[in-house]
Design a protein around this ligand. Structure first.
Ligand SMILES: [Fe+2]
Ligand SMILES: [Fe+2]
Length: 277
């Protein structure tokens, strides 16, 4: 049994709720976890002070389990290089200084291959939208990025569970009705064609766990909620626990319970694994 804690959108700075972060840190310190996945939006406005807090959280995670972290759109200083003008990497200089230099890390643990892809590129030709407020919000995963995941999975043991991590929600938000990545439904097909069993994502600030059946593959999508006061529809803060054994992928939702001052498991989703060793 592999146990992976998936959290997203901590937004250190004003939106972050310290009691929720502290409770999650307690869980991370006490649970036996094989990996921790943080799917972006660690800061609000790429401020040093926000990334310093985020960095402390990431170090605590790393001290307990192998940790994969990728940036979100709020970790990307899009104004440094809009529309491809200037140095692309200047948008991530603070993220790279405080969190990770690698924007697309991969993590191998026994039984699992996890590939991070950066879906946050600021404002680019390929992220343009008719909604002006969304200019720096929409994400994209380009063909060569999906290919990177496909190659990593092709080289991984056949019975490994294969996980792609992106920031933007792969599925249309239930409340927001918004797509995270510019390619919309095509992105779901692209993700399935990598050979992934699971996609971890966030961004929408609403938890959403589902299995999609596309391109003759089944794909479990774990969209984590947020640990901030910016949840959608006044929902509680939330994160997901992913458990995988030879036959089943289980994703359990943990939601904030104010009375308990802690997260409580509220919903379990179980899906048959497509490839069994
Ligand atoms: Fe966010
Ligand atoms: Fe986001």
């Amino acid at each position: 049994m592999i146990r992976i804690l998936h959290v997203s959108d901590l937004h250190f700075g004003k939106p972050n709720i310290p009691a929720q972060t502290a409770a999650l840190e307690g869980t991370i310190a006490s649970e036996m976890l094989d990996a921790i996945v943080i799917s972006g939006d660690l800061s609000l406005r790429t401020r040093h002070s926000e990334f310093e807090q985020a960095s402390r959280f990431v170090r605590k995670c790393e001290s307990q389990a192998p940790t994969l972290v990728i940036p979100g759109n709020h970790d990307c200083a899009w104004w440094m290089s809009p529309m491809g003008v200037g140095d692309y990497y200047s948008m991530f200089s603070r993220y790279r200084e405080h969190i990770r230099s690698d924007l697309e890390p991969q993590l191998k643990i026994p039984g699992a291959t996890i590939v991070g892809l950066n879906s946050s590129h600021g404002i680019q030709r390929y992220t343009l939208t008719t909604r002006p407020r969304d200019l720096s919000v929409v994400g994209a995963v380009r063909g060569r990025q999906w290919e990177r995941a496909r190659l990593a999975f092709a080289m991984a043991p056949a019975n490994d569970v294969k996980i792609v991590v992106i920031h933007h929600n792969l599925l249309k938000g239930k409340i927001s009705k918004r797509w995270g990545i510019a390619s919309r439904e095509i992105g779901i097909v692209d993700a399935a064609l990598t050979g992934a069993d699971i996609v971890c994502c966030g961004h929408d600030h609403e938890e959403h766990v589902a299995e999609v059946d596309v391109a003759q593959r089944k794909l479990v999508v774990s969209t984590a909620g947020t640990l901030t006061n910016r949840t959608r529809g006044g929902r509680p803060g939330a994160w997901n626990l992913i458990e995988v054994d030879e036959a089943v992928i289980r994703v359990t939702l943990y939601e904030w319970n104010g009375a308990a001052n802690d997260f409580r498991s509220t919903r379990k989703n179980a899906y048959a694994r497509r490839y069994v060793a």
